[in-house]
Design a protein around this ligand. Structure first.
Ligand SMILES: [Zn+2]
Length: 254
């Protein structure tokens, strides 16, 4: 089967850059794309204080939900702390969740889930801030929410692990792939107008027929295939090599 793509847009919050988000929404609407949108219910991340607090933010989230966008619970406050703690996907050494005791993680997840509920929004997917979380986080999500899906992980298609369905997220730009399911993660708050227009052109010229929505994905309880495991190993090895090369380069500069 030809490659299929999901679009995920991250870091929607009441102080997001509304002009950029509207531009992204217009592009997605133009091609009838229904993305996964990661919502921070109580953002206190200074990096996202980009506009005056929007009184109508939750109306907007409900409107997204009504038009078929899939809402993801993107942490609670998105305030990240440094950590050396082991994580399921150790992309970064900063996290809102990993390494915290169960009660603290559960309290955050509960508070986040309650805010969504108060505003009549039902998140279907977990998206960890900075990709960083641990098995305790998953335990808290199982106990505190109805969420069954995670958007993250390196694989070639959906898989089942730790009692969750995983939708892999492997790309940060629309990129040609031969087969499999690829989630492209975009951050409208930090995209330039030029990057927005490049995305639009790529959708229009090459990808629009292959972009699907969450409701088009079929899930079953199969673990990662051997091919997906090999791909996962390959990606993490490449990442380690790049990190090692960068550390040598940075040391040489000193
Ligand atoms: Zn984020």
């Amino acid at each position: 089967m030809k490659a299929r793509y999901l679009i995920r847009i991250d870091d929607a919050c009441h102080t997001m850059d509304r002009t950029k988000w509207q531009l992204m929404e217009d592009i997605l609407d133009e091609f009838n794309i229904k993305p996964i949108v990661s919502v921070i219910p109580e953002s206190r991340d200074p990096g996202f204080m980009l506009d005056e607090p929007d009184e109508g933010f939750w109306n907007k989230v409900r409107a997204w939900q009504s038009k078929g966008w899939t809402i993801a619970l993107h942490g609670y406050t998105h305030q990240l702390h440094e950590t050396e703690s082991p994580m399921i996907l150790p992309y970064y050494k900063r996290t809102e969740f990993a390494g915290l005791p169960y009660e603290k993680q559960a309290a955050k997840i509960r508070a986040s889930w309650n805010i969504f509920n108060e505003h009549r929004v039902t998140p279907k997917i977990w998206v960890a801030p900075a990709h960083t979380f641990d098995k305790i986080t998953l335990h808290a999500i199982r106990n505190e929410t109805d969420i069954k899906f995670i958007s993250d992980g390196i694989a070639l298609d959906v898989y089942y692990e730790y009692d969750f369905y995983w939708i892999p997220q492997q790309l940060w730009n629309l990129t040609e792939r031969f087969s499999g399911l690829w989630t492209v993660c975009l951050h409208p708050n930090s995209m330039s107008n030029e990057e927005m227009q490049t995305f639009r052109q790529l959708v229009r010229n090459k990808f629009s027929e292959r972009i699907i929505s969450f409701s088009d994905v079929t899930f079953n309880k199969t673990p990662k295939t051997i091919l997906s495991r090999l791909f996962h190993m390959h990606v993490w090895l490449q990442r380690k090599k790049i990190r090692y090369a960068l550390s040598i380069f940075n040391n040489c500069k000193k």
